[in-house]
Design a protein around this ligand. Structure first.
Ligand code: C5P
Length: 398
């Protein structure tokens, strides 16, 4: 058996409260067999000590640009040349600004500028800092420069506020690094994904929708990006932030989703319909808010087009993957659906387990039968599913 080469990472830590998570991240990376060299900014040392990071990495920690222990006095060059990647976690707003502008006024920023290996950043900051126009510009610049951005996440922040800006958990970052080192099976492949719910207007303020959160579709978009694919994510209304690097198209109704997909389906290699598309829409939505009256209100519903079935029946269809959320008889209904929509692959799940939750259980249906994936969080499942899709797509395009 050929042995995997040792992977080497420089873990750069900048000054933010999320620096405490860097210790756990380091432990997980070491557990994965990654050789980690830690470099910390002065501010980072105020949040977590170099001694902790030295103990966990088994290597000396670099904090000083003027470290005399380097025989050639060039820590910034030596460190980056020996690394397969540099991961900055947490990456503060200030450090991201430095990276975007190519500043090099401490050891960590200098070694990032002098690098000849990929750079990955895990932002961590207050939500207003994340939303600030300057940070938006800086992140866009990093993406344009080919820097990979992992996260941030949404949730309660150390300052007590709630929103985008939390650093991803150590476990998620360690998984992201593991994915980074895996070969990219879908490099250059164009993948079109629909995600989230649709909203069908009844009147100016009311509508019919469903409880889909979009989490599964967004996780699949993230997993596809990790495999090197070009991703277009057509999304209904959700509270989620699109994975960095995905081209987002926001829609509201099934008709808008259909239009967005029709425009792009001819130009994609793989289509994954994860959206919970409303089967019906209101025949004539009222432009004004409907006034309450004593009697019953009857709505006339007309069927929506089946977006997935449309794409799958194109003369030269992309490799199509569908999702089926069933509340009972999953095995029977999912396979029936796969055949009816003429799909090479259909992913089945139980609606009551899947909708809105963070975890899921998936069963894959294809010509060779069914195959259950283990119960896991949606990103883990998305990564397993993308492996499967890549394998089937490679087989189908040979
Ligand atoms: O038939 P059913 O709605 O259960 O099929 C689910 C699959 O079909 C999902 O992949 C969903 O995204 C897709 N779908 C669609 N357009 C519709 C209804 C479902 O693309 N109008």
């Amino acid at each position: 058996m050929t042995q995997e080469p040792t992977r080497r990472i420089v873990l750069g830590i900048t000054g933010g409260i999320a620096a405490y998570k860097a210790a756990e991240l380091l432990r997980l990376l070491v557990k994965q067999g990654v050789e980690v060299q830690v470099a910390m900014t002065e501010a980072a040392c105020r949040f977590i000590t170099p001694t902790t990071m030295q103990g966990l990495s088994g290597n000396p920690v670099f904090t000083d640009q003027w470290d005399a222990s380097m025989p050639n006095g060039m820590a910034h060059i030596n460190l980056s040349r020996a690394a397969d990647a540099i991961l900055i976690a947490p990456a503060s707003a200030d450090f991201i600004a430095k990276l975007a502008h190519g500043l090099a006024n401490d050891l960590l920023s200098t070694l990032c500028l002098a690098r000849n290996c990929p750079l990955i950043v895990a932002p961590a900051m207050n939500r207003e800092m994340w939303l600030n126009a300057a940070t938006r510009r800086n992140i866009a610049q990093l993406l344009a420069d080919g820097v990979q951005v992992l996260g941030p996440d949404c949730g309660v922040q150390a300052c007590g506020e709630e929103g985008m800006g939390r650093m991803l958990e150590a476990e998620q970052l360690a998984q992201g690094i593991a994915a980074f080192f895996k070969p990219k099976r879908l490099l250059g492949t164009k993948i079109l994904i629909t995600a989230g719910p649709t909203y069908e207007a009844i009147d100016a303020v009311r509508g019919i929708t469903n409880r889909s959160s979009g989490k599964m579709g967004y996780a699949i978009a993230q997993a596809a990006l990790e495999q090197g694919a070009e991703v277009v994510l057509v999304s209904g209304l959700t509270a989620l932030v699109k994975p960095q690097g995905a081209q987002g198209v926001d829609v509201v109704s099934a008709a808008q989703m259909f239009d967005a997909v029709k425009q792009r389906a001819g130009d994609c290699d793989i289509f994954i319909g994860v959206a919970a598309v409303a089967d019906y829409r209101v025949a004539q939505p009222s432009e004004q808010k409907i006034k309450k009256s004593a009697g019953t209100l009857t709505l006339e519903l007309v069927p929506n087009p089946d977006i997935l079935a449309y794409v799958a029946s194109l003369p030269k269809p992309p490799f199509c993957v569908g999702f089926a959320a069933e509340s009972e008889n999953l095995m029977e209904y999912a396979e029936q659906k796969r055949r009816a929509k003429k799909l090479p692959l259909l992913v089945g799940n139980l609606a009551q387990q899947a909708i809105g939750s963070d975890d899921n259980e998936l069963v894959l249906f294809d010509d060779s039968g069914s195959h259950a994936l283990p119960h896991a969080d949606k990103l883990t499942l998305a990564r397993l599913l993308m492996q499967h899709i890549a394998q089937r797509y490679e087989g189908a395009s040979k």
